[in-house]
Design a protein. Structure first.
Length: 767
C-alpha cells in the first residue's frame, strides 16, 4: 500500500509538468493496465508490482487532471474581460493595505453561468472606500476582472502556479464605490475571519509604545493570526539569509509542536486519573486534544494551504493512534501523503510540500535501526544535521541558495520561537495584557539579535547555479548513504557525490559570443548581458508595494545562472520602474562597478564615449552627451543611458526610456552606430518614442518590448508595433512571452520566450 500511495502521488505531481491537460480519450488504456495487473498477479511478483504501480500512477495522474479541469472551468468569462460587472462576495482573509488602496480576496457565490470565478483578488483605490475593508464583511462593488497573470522568468518561482494552487482564478480592480451589504448571509469561514480581524486590531494596539509600533510587532502578529504582510521586507531578507523563514510565520512546525505540547500535557495529566483512563486510554485522549489545538491554530491562522497540509498530517497521526499502527512511521507518513494529495493535488507545486515530507522521511530514515535513543542534546544536534542535509538538494533546486548558518540559527531559534514565542503570541492575541506583549516582543528581539550576528559572517549564504538531472541523482544517492547510522563504514566518502550539485558548470556563451536576457519584471526594465566570463545588468526593474524586482526576480535569476557577483551595473535613469531594484541588487550582487543616468552622492554618471571590452565583445555608451547631465531642459527619460554591445555575430542596442529628443540626438551624432541585430524598444513602446526615422536607422531583426501585462499606460501602442514590423523586425513582448533570451552564437541567432518554453496548463493565454 505504501508503494501504491507513492506512485499515486507521483502521478499527481507528473500532471503539474504538463503543458495542457490530457485528453480523456487516453483512458482507453485503462483496460490494458487492468489486464497487466491481472496477468502480473498470476505470473510473478515483479509484474504484479509493476502493473499495480503503473495503475496507481495513472489513477493519480487522471485524478489530478479531473480536479485541474474543474479549477480551470472556474474562471473569468472571456466575454466579460475588461467590462464592468457588479460583484457581491465576502472578504476572505485579512485585507492588506497597499500604496494606492487595499487588496483582498473576495469569495463570490457561484450561480449557473457566473461570469466571475469563486475567488477574486480585488484591488480597491482609496477613493472608492468610505471605510477600510474588514475580514468577513460582505461587499458589493463594480469591478473590471481579468484572468490571473504573473511574471514568468527562469530561476524564479512560478507565481501563476501559486495562484492556481490557491484557487485565485481572477484579478479585479474596483470601478466604483464599495458598499457594505448583508446579502451574503452567515458562514463559519466569514465568522472566523472576522474574529481574526478583531484579534489583529487588538494586537496592533497592544504592540505600540510611545515611539510607535515596536520593530518586531509584525512577527508577533504573523505568528498569532498569520498576517505575513505585517513583517517588513528587510526582516524577511534577514530570515532568508539565516534560513529561518519557516519560523517567522504560521508554519507546519509551529502547528506540530503546539499539538505535541498539548499531547504531552494531556497525556501526563490524564494517566494520573484512574476513572478517566479506564473510560478512554490516555494516548487517545491526548491525541484528540492535540488535534483539537491544531484545528484551532489552523483556523486562527486563516486556513493557509501549508497549515492545512500539516493539519491533515496530524489528523492521520491521530487516526493512527486510534487504529494502533502509529508505531510504524512509514505507514503514517504514507497515509498523510495520500490524504494531502487527495485534498490538494497541486501540492507538488508548493516547495513546503517537498520540504516537509522529505524532512520527516529523512528523520525517520536516519533514526531507524538504533538500539537505544541518543541523549537529548545529541538527538537535537542530529535533528538539525539531518534536516539541513536532507533538504539541501531541494533548496538548491528550488531557490538556488542554502544558508550556511541555518543549522546554528535554527538550533536556538526553533526552541525559542516555537516553544515560547508562539504560545505567548497566542496569549497576546487573546488577552489584553500589555506586559505579555512586551515580553513576547523582547523574546523575538533576542532571537533577532542572534540572527543579526550570524548574518554578518563573511559567507552566510551559498548560491549555486541550476544543476542538471545527473547532479540531482548523484546527490540523492549520496544523501541516502550519508544519512545511514554512524557505524556504516566510509560514510563520509558519499559526500563526494554532492560536489556536482554544489559546483554545477555554468551555462555561459563561448568566447566572443553574447547572450541577452530581458527579464519579465512587469512595467519596467531589467536586462542581463552575458559574455564568456562577465555579466552586466542594465536596469533593475520596478519597486512594488514593500518589495522590488531586484530581490524578487533579478537576483534569483542571476543566482540560478551561477552568478554571485555582477561585473557591471548600469541604471539608465532614476524612474522607479528602472531603478526600483537598484538598492537590492547592490546589496545582493556587489557589482564591481556601477554607472547611473542620474547619479546620487558617490555614484558615477554614464555618458557618451565610455567604452570597455569583455571576452571579445565591445561595449560603448552612446547617450547621453556629457553636457546634458545637469541641463534642466532635458527630461530624465531623454537623459537615459543608451549602450551598444557588439560581438562578431551580432549587436545589441540597450535603450531605456529615451523619447523624441533623445532619439534626435542619437540620429544626429550616432546614426552609423544605431543599426543592430537586437534592440530594446524605447519607453516600453509608448507613442512618444520610436519615431519612424529612429526605427529606420536601427532596423533591428529582433525588437524586444519590456512591458507590464494590462498596464494602465496602454503600452505598447499599435502604431509603434506597426513601425517595427514594417521595418522587418520580429517583435517580442515580455507580457506575452515572459523573459526573452537571445543568444548571438557562431552558428546563428536563437531567440526564446520563457512563457512558451516552460509553459504549463494553468498559464494564462493572451487576452
Amino acid at each position: 500500500m505504501r508503494g501504491l500511495i507513492a506512485f499515486f502521488a507521483l502521478g499527481a505531481a507528473l500532471l503539474q509538468t504538463q503543458t495542457r491537460l490530457p485528453a480523456l480519450s487516453v483512458l482507453w488504456l485503462a483496460p490494458l493496465l487492468i489486464l497487466l495487473v491481472h496477468y502480473g498477479l498470476r505470473r510473478g511478483r515483479f509484474l504484479r508490482w509493476l502493473g499495480l504501480g503503473v495503475l496507481a500512477l495513472a489513477v493519480g495522474f487522471y485524478y489530478a487532471a479531473w480536479r485541474a479541469d474543474l479549477r480551470l472551468a472556474d474562471r473569468v468569462d472571456p466575454a466579460w474581460v475588461g467590462q464592468v460587472l457588479v460583484a457581491t462576495g465576502v472578504v476572505e482573509g485579512l485585507p492588506q493595505q497597499t500604496r494606492h488602496g487595499w487588496r483582498f480576496i473576495l469569495r463570490v457565490p457561484q450561480t449557473e453561468g457566473a461570469p466571475l470565478p469563486t475567488r477574486l483578488r480585488v484591488s480597491v483605490a482609496h477613493k472608492w472606500l468610505a471605510t477600510p475593508p474588514r475580514a468577513g464583511e460582505c461587499l458589493r462593488l463594480p469591478v473590471r476582472a481579468r484572468p490571473p497573470h504573473a511574471s514568468q522568468n527562469p530561476g524564479v518561482v512560478d507565481a501563476e502556479g501559486w495562484l492556481f494552487e490557491h484557487g485565485i482564478r481572477g484579478f479585479a480592480s474596483a470601478a466604483g464605490p464599495v458598499q457594505v451589504t448583508q446579502a451574503c448571509g452567515v458562514s463559519l469561514r466569514a465568522t472566523i475571519d472576522a474574529a481574526r480581524q478583531r484579534l489583529r486590531d487588538g494586537m496592533q494596539a497592544r504592540l505600540v509604545d510611545t515611539a510607535g509600533a515596536l520593530p518586531y510587532a509584525g512577527v508577533v502578529i504573523a505568528l498569532a493570526v498569520g498576517d505575513q504582510a505585517a513583517i517588513p521586507d528587510a526582516q524577511w531578507r534577514l530570515f532568508r539569509i539565516t534560513g529561518v523563514t519557516h519560523l517567522m510565520s504560521i508554519s507546519g512546525l509551529h502547528i506540530t509542536l503546539l499539538s505535541g505540547l498539548a499531547y504531552l500535557l494531556i497525556y501526563a495529566l490524564w494517566r494520573r486519573v484512574a476513572w478517566l483512563t479506564l473510560r478512554l486510554p490516555a494516548a487517545r485522549a491526548a491525541a484528540l486534544s492535540g488535534l483539537l489545538l491544531a484545528i484551532i491554530y489552523t483556523a486562527v491562522s486563516g486556513f493557509g494551504i501549508p497549515a492545512q497540509r500539516t493539519l491533515y498530517m496530524i489528523a492521520v497521526m491521530v487516526v493512527g493512534v486510534w487504529m494502533g499502527w502509529a508505531h510504524t512511521p512509514s505507514r503514517v507518513l504514507a497515509a498523510a501523503l495520500a490524504v494531502v494529495v487527495l485534498i490538494d493535488p497541486w501540492a507538488a507545486l508548493a516547495p513546503g510540500f517537498w520540504l516537509s515530507f522529505l524532512a520527516v522521511a529523512a528523520l525517520f530514515y536516519s533514526g531507524s535501526g538504533r538500539l537505544r535513543p541518543p541523549r537529548w542534546w545529541r538527538a537535537w544536534a542530529q535533528t538539525q544535521w539531518v534536516a539541513s542535509l536532507a533538504l539541501l538538494p531541494v533548496l538548491l533546486l528550488l531557490f538556488h541558495e542554502f544558508s550556511l548558518v541555518s543549522p546554528l540559527a535554527n538550533a536556538f531559534a526553533i526552541p525559542v520561537i516555537s516553544l515560547l514565542v508562539v504560545p505567548l503570541a497566542m496569549g497576546v492575541a487573546l488577552l489584553p495584557w500589555a506586559w505579555l506583549a512586551t515580553l513576547t516582543h523582547a523574546l523575538i528581539a533576542a532571537v533577532m539579535w542572534g540572527l543579526d550576528r550570524l548574518a554578518t559572517v563573511p559567507q552566510p549564504v551559498w548560491h549555486v547555479g541550476e544543476a542538471d538531472g545527473w547532479a540531482m541523482g548523484l546527490a540523492a544517492v549520496g544523501l541516502i548513504y550519508l544519512l545511514l547510522p554512524v557505524a556504516v563504514p566510509r560514510r563520509a566518502v558519499a559526500g563526494l557525490l554532492l560536489l556536482p550539485l554544489l559546483f554545477p558548470p555554468e551555462d555561459r556563451p563561448v568566447a566572443g559570443a553574447l547572450r541577452v536576457e530581458t527579464l519579465d519584471v512587469g512595467q519596467g526594465l531589467a536586462v542581463v548581458v552575458s559574455t564568456a566570463r562577465h555579466t552586466l545588468l542594465f536596469d533593475t526593474g520596478p519597486a512594488f508595494d514593500g518589495s522590488d524586482a531586484g530581490q524578487r526576480i533579478v537576483a534569483p535569476y542571476l543566482w540560478s545562472m551561477g552568478v554571485r557577483q555582477l561585473d557591471g551595473l548600469i541604471v539608465s535613469h532614476s524612474d522607479s520602474d528602472h531603478s526600483g531594484g537598484a538598492a537590492s541588487i547592490e546589496q545582493a550582487m556587489a557589482p564591481r562597478w556601477s554607472l547611473y543616468g542620474q547619479p546620487g552622492a558617490g555614484q558615477v554618471r554614464c555618458f557618451a564615449g565610455q567604452r570597455w571590452q569583455w571576452d571579445g565583445v565591445r561595449f560603448e555608451v552612446l547617450h547621453p552627451p556629457a553636457h546634458w547631465a545637469d541641463n534642466p531642459y532635458f527630461s530624465d527619460n531623454d537623459r537615459s543611458c543608451v549602450v551598444k554591445v557588439e560581438s562578431a555575430w551580432g549587436s545589441v542596442l540597450l535603450v531605456a526610456d529615451i523619447e523624441r529628443l533623445g532619439e534626435l540626438q542619437l540620429l544626429e551624432t550616432q546614426r552609423e552606430q544605431l543599426q543592430s541585430t537586437l534592440s530594446l524598444v524605447p519607453h516600453h513602446g509608448s507613442a512618444g518614442a520610436s519615431s519612424e526615422r529612429f526605427v529606420a536607422a536601427v532596423r533591428p531583426e529582433e525588437a524586444v518590448i519590456a512591458v507590464g501585462h494590462g498596464n494602465r499606460f496602454g503600452h505598447p501602442r499599435g502604431e509603434v508595433l506597426d513601425r517595427y514590423r514594417a521595418a522587418g523586425s520580429r517583435v517580442w513582448r515580455t507580457d506575452l512571452d515572459g523573459a526573452i533570451r537571445v543568444d548571438l552564437l557562431p552558428d546563428g541567432r536563437v531567440v526564446r520566450g520563457w512563457r512558451q518554453e516552460r509553459r504549463r496548463y494553468w498559464h494564462a493565454g493572451p487576452v
